[in-house]
Design a binder for this molecule. Sequence first.
Ligand SMILES: [Cu+2]
Length: 219
Amino acid sequence: MTKSKRTILSAIVLLTLGYLASFAWAGDVKGKVTAQGMPSPENIVVYIDSVPGKTFLPPVQHAIMDQVRMEFVPHVLVIVKGTTVNFLNDDPVQHNVYWSAINHDRKLAHNMGTWPRGIVKSFTFNELGDVPLLCKVHSEMSGYIVVVPTPYFALTDKEGSYTIKNVPPGQYTLKTWSEKAQPTTQTVIVKVAEGTAVKPACNCCPATQVTNANLTVKE
Ligand SMILES: [Cu+2]
């Protein structure tokens, strides 16, 4: 075998091992959020606030915040710090996008401007925290972008259920953000333990470990 062939082969072996390891070492954190004093447990952000020794690059792909039928869609968009968001308008009327603060810091207020359907405007969010979106044309419109420090986040569904996928083993602080409720924190330990893992549906991938973490938030 030539030297270049050997190099290619060892690179393939290393990549395959790395691929398998990333599966074997990751677990899902899932649970239910109970929202006390609130009409719905939907759209609550659950995220891991840091992974010791790790920094995270934002995704190359831009996130999307649309305006459809006079609403921000999605109502809550969660992104990792550094992500660029494309703001769209899918209505036959002009919309505006502005925020008066990021994480309650009014120095970070910004007006994206007003534009018709078909135009896309982008903004990169390098500050952590919530960005309450408003439209100067339609005062009833509101939405949120929530900028979190790690890619380990989820948004609750109508029942308050959430799943954070592929979390490496370790002890973490799980945090919540909600439009109406106070933020909460809870410790979660993600283990890799044989026997309690969920059986894979096929033989192609190793088992996924599931850690349950239920949370309660209050208005
Ligand atoms: Cu509008």
